[in-house]
Design a protein around this ligand. Structure first.
Ligand SMILES: Nc1nc2c(ncn2[C@@H]2O[C@H](COP(=O)(O)OP(=O)(O)OP(=O)(O)O)[C@@H](O)[C@H]2O)c(=O)[nH]1
Ligand SMILES: [Mg+2]
Length: 465
């Protein structure tokens, strides 16, 4: 990036840990002033002859003007280029606490640094070429990861998995473009270096297909990053709240033998097979005269409409009722499964009846009270929502922004293919489409970006990142 030098001239500083009482608080500084700040503000316990890079020193932060000692700290000076930003970086580990950290930060600002903007350290790491844009975004994903799998996706991406997947696609686009440009430059040449047909086949195999494969991973990545909403629904008293409690392994919702116990929506976070899940217990669905319960039933229906999956709980101790069929009709168009509950006390006869009804539904037999069948239930939820693809270690999943760019790139390639396959194609047109596709791929890794785009990406970072 050409403007990176001007951009990174200032030395920036921020408190990098959450502000509040805690064991340690970290202040991060990046830029040319770091060594000056080290010498001016830090009073080492033992005399330092020569500052060594990447080494921890113990001592005090002292106001050079008043002589006031502010905190007892560990300090490290990391010299460029082997640092997070590729600039000199200074880190001060002090006692956490809003007042202490702010005072140290004020000293640093007084000495000529300025306050970092959100994401500015990572932005410098990108502008100075240490990481590409997809990797910078992965850092944010890593911090926000709410599940094992989200963390793994973020780590893969941080290691450059997405960029590596795109590298051969880019290469293929570039070589196709080279061929087309020869045709543009030498329109009178009769010899076709490579036939349009061959070129199209190549583009399809080496560019379009990999792009489409990546796009298919988006949905999966979204599930693991953002989680899913699982709505527990059913008639009153079938054991919905008991199921919520069993899945949470705590007595979160009130459970009683009185139908209509739950009247409001109860939401709690949990993890199912690495998937972050919002579990939503709802009021039992029935017609009721009770105003409060009626509102609860209305809310339950709203939640069902937004669910990624609905668990219809039925009572295995009773025969299926007309009401159960009506409810099933209500949810059958949503992703769903049927949990036949209370198998600990249900008779073989009623359970057999349940085995017969709703033949197309996935059914799980459970006891929310005794905790039976919960593992199968978790598996069923996972399979219905995520599908059966195995969870591989080298998985890559684009985020929303990357997906949009991939879609535009794929669209441009499709257009190029259409042109290539039509008679009397103008090579200029194909070249335009291929360049377009390359630009969109560049938006993902950051070869082609605008200030505006960078602002949008990095402003969502936390301060000190
Ligand atoms: N034996 C047995 N009893 C259960 C089981 N699950 C729930 N129950 C009992 O069924 C009754 C109703 O349970 P809840 O979890 O409150 O049912 P609910 O569907 O939330 O009911 P509402 O909130 O009224 O719609 C309670 O007495 C529970 O102890 C089960 O697996 N086995
Ligand atoms: Mg309930």
């Amino acid at each position: 990036m050409k403007d990176s030098l001007a951009y990174t001239e200032a030395t920036i500083a921020a408190i990098a840990t959450p502000v509040g009482p805690g064991a340690i608080g970290v202040i991060k500084v990046s830029g040319a002033l770091c060594e000056h700040l080290f010498r001016r503000l830090f009073k080492p316990k033992k005399e330092i002859r020569e500052i060594q890079s990447h080494r921890l020193y113990y001592g005090y932060i002292q106001d050079p003007q008043s002589g006031e000692v502010i905190d007892e700290v560990l300090v490290t000076l990391m010299r460029a280029p082997h640092t997070y930003t590729r600039e000199d970086v200074l880190e001060i580990y002090g006692h956490s606490g809003y007042f202490v950290l702010t005072k140290i930060l004020e000293l640093i600002l007084r000495e000529g640094a300025r306050l970092a903007e959100p994401g500015e350290f990572t932005r410098r790491a990108f502008l100075n070429g240490r990481i590409d844009l997809a990797q910078a975004e992965a850092i944010q994903d890593l911090v926000n990861a709410r599940s094992e799998e989200a963390l793994r996706l973020a780590l893969n991406q941080l290691r450059g998995a997405l960029s590596q997947r795109l590298a051969p696609v880019r290469e293929a686009l570039l070589s196709a473009l080279a061929v087309v440009e020869v045709a543009v430059d030498f329109p009178d040449e009769d010899v076709e270096l490579i036939s349009h047909y061959e070129l199209a086949t190549q583009l399809e195999r080496e560019v379009l297909k990999p792009l489409e494969d990546l796009l298919r991973q988006y949905q999966r990545g979204r599930l693991f990053r953002e989680g899913i909403a699982v709505v527990i629904a059913g008639r009153p008293n079938v054991g919905k709240s008991s199921l919520l409690n069993a899945l949470l392994m705590e007595e979160r919702a009130i459970v009683t033998p009185i139908p209509g116990t739950t009247r409001d929506v109860i939401e709690e976070m949990a993890t199912i097979k690495g998937l972050p899940v919002r579990l939503i217990d709802t009021a039992g669905l029935r017609d009721t005269e009770d105003l409060v319960e009626e509102i609860g039933v209305k809310r339950a229906r709203e939640k069902i409409a937004q669910a990624d999956i609905v668990i219809l709980v039925v009572d295995g101790t009773e025969e299926p009722t007309a009401e159960d069929f009506r409810l099933y009709d209500e949810i059958r168009d949503r992703p769903h499964l049927v949990a036949v509950n209370k198998i600990d006390v249900a008779s073989e006869e009623t359970l057999n009846l349940w085995r017969e009804v709703f033949p197309e539904a996935r059914k799980v037999f459970i006891s929310a009270k005794e905790g039976h069948g919960l593992e199968s239930l978790a598996e069923a939820i996972f399979e219905i929502v995520v599908g059966q693809q195995e969870v591989s270690g080298a998985l890559v999943a684009p985020n929303l922004r990357q997906k949009a760019a991939l879609e535009k790139a794929a669209q441009a390639v499709r257009q190029a293919l259409n042109n290539l396959r039509s008679p009397n194609v103008l090579p200029e047109l194909v070249a335009v489409d291929l360049r377009d596709a390359l630009n969109h791929l560049g938006e993902i890794t950051g070869e082609a970006t605008t200030e505006d785009l960078l602002d949008r990406i990095f402003s969502s970072f936390c301060l000190g990142k």
